[in-house]
Design a protein around this ligand. Structure first.
Ligand code: S3P
Length: 448
């Protein structure tokens, strides 16, 4: 598959205890938004702790193509000199969002109500993912689009010349779609209303309020009703990007399954729309504690301490929490393999349209490594073998999906035989320091 250059096969071998502190990179969702919202503000937004993974860097390049000045000051410090709402210039070239669904979908929304025409593309994974979920609502604002069959990239969007505000009920639980509609609403006159039946990550709502937009959220019988007043002047911000709970998931789960481990993962945001995995792990008997609980920038934050947990038990994961841990199901399924009994995951249809079909990708790799998995359209069950009993020994396909690759690297730390992936290259999209960070804790990951 085209996407990340020459494949980088990797092998993770059973290792001794993982010990120490894991300083994971900045939050991917907040990093994308910092660059995009900064580009839509008037003046200079300063960002520290930006995730410098490929996905976010592609969004930074895109914002520069739309006319914002995006400057790297080193060590995660960036600035964005924004062009204001409605100030996007028409890029001279195709916008390549690489592997990033968040990047492309948010940018499509942000440009949809400007009088410009933009062509988007991505890698083989992104070019296979559904975009109608964004082109349908932006059409209501007056934007038009032409893409490949099935609403896939490459795709050209002609922004609305005279946008109208919309009222839109998001048909699937998706923060990307919600955010795309809100960003389109920024440059439409009047009030745009977005309704979501299930709460999804709320970084867009929180951050747009921080940038000075008039935005309110009401919890109603219909769901969360978000009302945004269009055509504000967004004020530049100073943003400290918190560390990513979705990246923290990997050292946390690795410590839980690897004998003797004791790992501290400091400064992790526990925003309720993101922290579902940690509560699910606790329900499975994982030795995971929240230390030094505090509030930072209006968000709950804690240091996570994860220790080897020899008595993991399978659990029925509450589908109501699915959106709050949607990116963490792959690594949760690895922990489930080391638990006694079945772990049942329902209401997770969205996993089929991520960077890969994540149920299929994990089921294939788990089975190849000796773990039984049952699956249906929107559910799957991992039949745990208990600690010490997971065979391993297989090479898994990562399907251009960073989280699949990292999940199998975590698995290999506690299986009887090493576990390999055909291509660990995609890890650089979200967690470029994954290998050195894991080595620092005591993992044995080699490029093979
Ligand atoms: C994201 C939303 C989620 C998540 C993705 C990041 C975001 O996608 O899987 O990694 O930053 O808004 P969906 O909106 O498709 O659920």
């Amino acid at each position: 598959m085209f996407g990340h250059g020459t494949p980088i096969p990797m092998t993770s071998s059973p290792c001794g205890p993982l010990k120490g502190e894991a300083h994971v990179p900045g939050d991917k969702s907040i990093s994308h938004r910092s660059l995009i919202f900064g580009a839509m503000a008037v003046g200079e937004t300063k960002i520290s702790g930006l995730l410098e993974g490929e996905d976010v860097l592609d969004t930074g390049k895109a914002m520069a193509a739309f006319g914002a000045e995006v400057i790297n000051h080193g060590e995660g410090n960036w600035s964005v000199h924004g062009v204001g709402v409605g100030g996007f210039a028409e890029p001279d070239t195709v916008i390549d969002c690489g592997n990033s669904g968040t990047g492309v979908r948010l940018i499509m929304g942000a440009m949809a109500t400007s009088d410009i025409t933009v062509t988007f593309t991505g890698d083989a994974s992104l070019n296979g993912r559904p975009m109608a979920r964004v082109t349908d609502p932006i059409a209501l604002f007056g934007a038009t689009s032409v893409g490949r069959s099935g609403g896939r990239l490459p795709m050209t969007i002609v922004g609305a010349k005279d946008p109208v505000p919309v009222r839109y009920e998001v048909p699937m639980p998706s923060a990307q779609v919600k955010s795309a509609v809100l960003l389109a609403g920024l440059n439409a006159p009047g009030q745009t209303v977005v309704i979501e039946k299930e709460a999804t990550r709320d970084h867009t709502e929180r951050m747009l309020a921080g940038f000075g937009a008039e935005i309110s959220v009401a919890e109603t019988d219909e769901g969360r009703v978000i009302t945004l007043t269009g055509q504000p002047e967004l004020k530049p911000q100073t943003i400290v990007v918190p560390r990513d709970p979705s990246s923290a998931a990997f050292p946390v789960c690795a410590a839980i399954i690897t004998p003797g481990s004791d790992v501290l993962v400091p400064n992790i945001g526990l925003n309720p729309t993101r922290a579902g995995l940690f509560y699910a792990l606790q329900a499975m008997n994982a030795d995971l504690t929240f230390e030094n609980e505090r509030e930072e920038g209006g968000e709950p934050v804690a240091d996570l301490r994860a220790r080897f947990s020899p008595n993991l038990k399978g659990a029925e994961i509450d589908p109501a929490g699915a959106a709050s841990m949607i990116d963490e199901y792959p690594v949760l399924s690895v922990v489930a393999a080391f638990a006694e009994g079945d772990t049942v995951m329902r209401g997770v249809k969205e996993l089929r349209v991520k960077e890969s079909d994540r149920i299929d990708a994990m089921a294939k790799g788990l089975r190849a490594n000796g773990v039984e998995v049952d699956e249906g359209d929107d559910w799957w069950i991992v039949k745990g073998l208990g600690h010490g009993n997971v065979p391993g020994g297989a090479i898994c396909e990562s399907f251009l999906d960073h989280r699949i690759a990292m999940s199998f690297m975590v698995m290999g730390m506690a299986t009887q035989q090493p576990v390999s992936v055909d291509d660990g290259g995609p890890i650089a999209t979200s967690f470029p320091i994954f290998e050195p960070l894991m080595h620092g804790l005591g993992a044995k990951i080699t490029r093979t």
